[in-house]
Ligand binder design. Structure first.
Ligand SMILES: [Fe+2]
Ligand SMILES: [Fe+2]
Length: 308
């Protein structure tokens, strides 16, 4: 992988100044020693103001040609696993964030989470525009029809993570916004596991693959913006959990317990539904490489929070 990275021209995406500006520990090597200066909530909000983008500005005309004329049927099917997981995942996280925002105890935290709700809505729109402009699903002309059709491409672990583990905590927060434990568990699941391990791992390999193949330029441009947003969201999560542990050491066990429950499920989400053993390759990358990337990102963030 390193050789392939080095072979590419210019700095890699994650070395870009605007990506590093988020202070996400996964992008910073000193995080291996637990030393990273995290942004505070008002700084994260101001960064959001500076990092705006519009799905309407993206041009998918070449993507349409690539999808129908350059990518064969089998590859289209495999790519649909990643695309479906992201599209439905974005819709689910956009829906679940409201109660979490309301439950956050500080005004500056709620202000940042309000920006994140807007981001997640934009991410749903990004996928919806891609599917519609490229003509990925024939006969599904509306957002709700597209989401329904894509459900079949997901694996059972996906449902368990979003509809069982996350939704239980968010529903609890809807009824009892003062439940600190449920909020810490929800942030651990949402920002550390779903965004930090799963979304960013998928984004990293999918963007790299398209860049190497020279396919889907509009998608690559938009998805890179989505990835930058996710780093900012994760930076919020790391800050929130770091503050929670500093406030009460017992919160360490709450985060740890949630991770122990969620990590086996998250591992399952990374495995595509058609894989019957551990030797699969997707987007030119092996299962082991995919899982190792996700694990490194998580461990850097946990070191900064003070968990390992
Ligand atoms: Fe998102
Ligand atoms: Fe996000």
């Amino acid at each position: 992988m390193e050789a392939k990275e080095a072979a590419r021209k210019g700095p890699s995406r994650t070395e870009r100044e605007d990506f590093r500006a988020t202070s996400d520990p996964a992008l910073q090597e000193p995080a291996d020693r637990g030393r990273v200066k995290l942004l505070d909530y008002p700084e994260l909000y101001r960064l959001w103001e500076r990092q705006q983008w519009a799905t309407q500005d993206l041009d998918f005309s070449q993507d349409r040609v690539d999808w129908h004329e350059r990518i064969d049927e089998e590859e289209r099917y495999q790519r649909l696993y990643g695309l479906s997981s992201f599209f439905i995942g974005e819709q689910k996280v956009a829906d679940e964030l409201g109660p979490m925002m309301r439950a956050a105890p500080q005004e500056t935290q709620r202000i940042f989470l309000a920006t994140q709700i807007a981001d997640e809505a934009r991410h749903v729109q990004f996928f919806d525009r891609f599917f519609s402009e490229v003509g990925v699903l024939e006969g599904a002309d509306e957002l709700s029809q597209r989401l329904e059709r894509l459900e079949q491409h997901l694996n059972p672990a996906f449902g368990q993570l979003f509809d069982d583990l996350l939704k239980t905590r968010v529903d609890r927060l809807g009824q009892e916004p003062g439940d600190t434990r449920a909020l810490i568990e929800a942030v651990t699941l949402y920002h550390m596991v779903i965004e930090g391990m799963l979304a960013l791992t998928g984004q990293h390999f999918i963007i790299d693959y398209n860049e190497r193949e020279g396919t889907l330029p509009g998608f690559v441009e938009g998805f890179s913006n989505v990835a930058r947003d996710e780093h900012r969201h994760i930076a919020f999560g790391v800050r929130f959990l770091t503050d929670a542990v500093a406030e009460d050491d017992a919160n360490r066990d709450v985060i740890q317990g949630m991770l122990e429950q969620a990590l086996p499920v998250a591992d399952g989400v990374l495995d595509p539904p058609w894989a019957d053993d551990d030797t699969w390759e997707l987007f030119g990358v092996s299962r082991d490489e995919t899982h190792a990337f996700a694990a490194t990102c998580l461990s850097r963030r946990l070191k900064v929070i003070g968990l390992v």
